[in-house]
Design a binder for this molecule. Structure first.
Ligand code: SF4
Length: 358
């Protein structure tokens, strides 16, 4: 529990530092709730520098909730391609439709209504409501948790569920008159000064209040629950050629990489070679008989909860009609049409090889 004097002093120091040191990020130039919302969704799980060009391009294509709601999901996924965590894009698209259908095109400015939108967790809701509407909610992201963990020697692991202790501490410290400024200042302090490794304590505006620094134990905070070992999945995929065209299939709209296109394939079973798995999976998923010509690439990719080793083969169509089992759509495309479809990043790692081949 912080004294009112300490809370006031912390707020003053952090806000003054932020006014002098904040980065000129594009979403900081607006109070438009839609633009702030898009930025906050993109920034979840993704670095600022990666987000900036995506943010600009996305808003050029979908400048408001109406244009996003009216767009085809495939176009939204194409604009999101490479950012990863595609459920964010699907949820944002669906949420924009709900805004148009149920909120007369206005982004809700009340907690309950906004929090019910797809993809709107506590963090996004607090961030949008405070930054765009000046509502007194503390936004608690990873940066804020790290600052609070060190400042208050908070032992709750930062990667443990909702971590209510951080929400309480952040609310206690929140400047309710300037919640948007305060939330951004806290996040910026974590991003620029109280960094995960080698925090710049000497330059920190709140170092004289920081308990971890006083106790000389900054490097012990934040606490983290040990992460489970990440398993590796071995997968085979085929670039199936028929008369100069390539087969691509679309994943179901929900779940991992939902709605994206890919080259068909699937998991390698223990008793088979990657080539055999490729032929079997294509037969099971599409009903087509193919033969493998040669291997095109071996690609490694890491998702949040598992890693993938993807063996990619050049295959030739031998017979059959497409009957989908798993994918929800398919297309035969020429190689120069690949760029028109949204693909997962793992596919992008071998698409340049396809382009060289044809
Ligand atoms: Fe973080 Fe160091 Fe500042 Fe404490 S003094 S809040 S550990 S940067």
């Amino acid at each position: 529990m912080l004294s009112p004097q300490t809370v006031a002093a912390l707020q003053t120091e952090i806000h003054a530092w932020y006014r002098g040191h904040q980065r000129p990020l594009p979403w900081r130039k607006t109070r438009d709730p839609y633009r702030i919302w898009v930025s906050e969704v993109m920034l979840q799980q993704t670095q600022v520098q990666t987000v900036i060009p995506y943010y600009r391009d996305f808003l050029e294509q979908f400048p408001d909730a109406a244009s996003l709601a009216g767009a085809r999901l495939e176009h939204v996924l194409k604009a999101w391609e490479g950012l990863g965590y595609y459920a964010r894009a699907r949820n944002l698209h669906r949420a924009a439709q709900i805004v148009m259908e149920h909120h007369q095109g206005k982004i809700p400015d009340q907690w309950k209504a906004f929090r019910q939108l797809p993809g709107a967790g506590d963090y996004i809701t607090a961030a949008v409501l405070s930054l765009a509407f000046g509502q007194p909610y503390a936004a608690v992201d990873g940066n804020v948790k790290r600052v609070l963990a060190r400042l208050l020697v908070q032992k709750t692991p930062v990667n443990q569920g909702t971590a209510a202790a951080f929400t309480r501490a952040a609310a206690e410290l929140l400047d309710r008159r300037r919640p948007g400024l305060h939330n951004q200042a806290m996040m910026e302090l974590g991003a620029l000064v109280c960094t995960p490794k080698k925090p710049r304590c000497a330059a920190c505006p709140v170092n004289r209040y920081c308990l971890a620094r006083q106790q000389d134990c900054v490097d012990r905070y934040p606490f983290r629950r040990p992460s489970p070992r990440i398993p590796t999945r071995h997968v085979a995929a085929g670039v199936v050629v028929r008369g100069g065209q390539l087969l691509i299939t679309r994943r179901p709209p929900r779940g991992l990489l939902g709605g994206l296109w890919e080259f068909p394939g699937g998991g390698i079973e223990s008793a088979e070679t990657p080539q055999q798995a490729c032929v079997r999976e294509i037969a099971e998923e599409t009903g087509l008989l193919v033969t493998v010509e040669h291997k095109l690439a071996s690609v490694k990719h890491a998702y949040t909860h598992f890693k993938v080793v993807l063996e990619v083969f050049l295959c030739h169509y031998q017979g059959g009609e497409v009957v989908l089992n798993g994918p929800v759509d398919h297309c035969w495309i020429t190689p120069d049409q690949i760029s028109q479809y949204p693909f997962p990043r793992a596919n992008h790692k071998f698409i340049p090889i396809i382009n060289e081949l044809f």
